[in-house]
Ligand binder design. Structure first.
Ligand SMILES: *[C@@H]1O[C@H](CO)[C@@H](O)[C@H](O)[C@H]1NC(C)=O
Ligand SMILES: *[C@@H]1O[C@H](CO)[C@@H](O)[C@H](O)[C@H]1NC(C)=O
Length: 337
């Protein structure tokens, strides 16, 4: 039997980035991590340390750019010890890849590579010239992109973006569990990715929970047992409908997002140690599920212009619209109870 309070007490000790990875592992999903441009490499290092220390997982950091080729992308999926391969076999070999891929600046890679990454997330397989790349059962792909909350969405393929269950904005003020503990603020330029690997072998001085496979499975089990009453189903649907009808939203509220919204709500309830949904858990899920999906409307999108609205007025209304403000306004609507 599950002890739900145990899950909650573990969750309370985790940082936001750790919770994001835990949710991905348990829900068989993937997460977009957003942060400020100057902080992107520190966040990548922190994610790497979380993988090895908190979750005992293998990982690679992929530094992506517009020049990244498909072959480079594939090789970087492999654990470093497996990079030199014998060419003797004629049959395409199966190439097991790492547990977690942290893809920095993934929004810059060629659309075709983005679609290959989507294929890998979907099927856990990628067919390349040198073999079939096979991802583990709970493979996690983390596109790490630079955004500011007022910015437009980063350029990710629409289907890939929709496939990601959640996104998380890492504010520098939230800090870093491992980078700070290891040796204070680490500056971007000095520390190479390889030194992160070495550092992760040094035991972290503070007490920090190890979230093993059993804990991940427990969370999944608990989430599947969460009960949703009729009021909360309606609240869910209201949020989706209000988002779709919002004049500031030009798109992105897909049917897939609707399903993931319910799924994530249950996982968040389980993470809070309860087996039912509450309005506040649903609201939290909405922020995590829809933030990266919302396509913010431009003045030209506004239907009311066809009926004689003043473009300047419409522009003023939409000027402050971004995914965060849109979600705030929708969630400010009355919740049940
Ligand atoms: C994050 O970026 C800001 C500038 O945007 C900078 O002031 C801050 O020092 C950076 N934080 C870290 C940990 O590098
Ligand atoms: C970490 O994982 C490896 C296998 O991937 C396993 O042998 C080892 O016991 C694990 N360590 C802990 C602390 O669970």
């Amino acid at each position: 039997m599950n002890d739900p309070t145990q899950i909650r007490s573990v969750a309370q000790e985790l940082s936001d980035l750790e919770v994001a990875i835990l949710l991905c592992r348990a829900a068989h999903g993937h997460c977009r991590i957003d942060t400020a441009r100057d902080n992107i490499s520190d966040v990548a290092k922190e994610l790497a340390l979380i993988c090895s220390n908190t979750f005992n997982l293998s990982y690679n950091i992929l530094d992506c750019s517009a020049d990244t080729t498909f072959d480079e992308f594939c090789v970087e999926l492999l654990p470093s010890i497996a990079r030199r391969r014998s060419q003797s076999t004629k049959v395409a070999p199966e190439l097991p890849i790492v547990d977690v891929v942290i893809a920095t600046n993934f929004n810059y890679v060629d659309e075709r590579i983005q679609l290959q990454a989507l294929e890998l997330m979907r099927s856990k397989k990628l067919v390349a010239q040198d073999g079939i790349y096979v991802a583990p059962e709970r493979f996690v792909f983390l596109p790490l992109v630079a955004t500011a909350s007022s910015d437009a969405q980063p350029k990710l393929n629409r289907h890939l973006n929709d496939h990601l269950i959640i996104s998380h904005y890492h504010d520098t003020e939230d800090g870093y569990v491992y980078l700070e503990d290891a040796n204070g603020w680490i500056s971007d330029d000095q520390i190479s990715a390889s030194s992160v690997v070495r550092k992760s072998d040094i035991p972290i001085p503070r007490e920090h929970p190890l979230v093993d496979q059993a804990a991940v499975e427990k969370l999944e089990e608990a989430a599947n047992a969460v009960i949703v009453n009729a009021d909360l189903i309606r609240y869910h649907q209201d949020i989706v409908v209000f988002l779709r009808l919002s004049r500031a939203v030009a798109g992105g509220i897909s049917s897939r997002s609707n399903i993931l919204f319910m799924k994530l709500s249950k996982f968040l309830a389980a993470l809070h140690g309860i087996d039912f949904l509450t309005p506040s858990i649903v609201a939290l899920a909405a922020k995590k599920v829809f933030r990266h999906r919302i396509v913010v409307a431009t003045t030209e999108d506004d239907r009311s212009l066809q009926y004689g609205s003043d473009p300047a007025v419409v522009a003023q209304i939409l000027a402050h619209a971004n995914p965060d403000t849109i979600l705030e306004s929708v969630l400010a609507l009355e919740a049940p109870l």
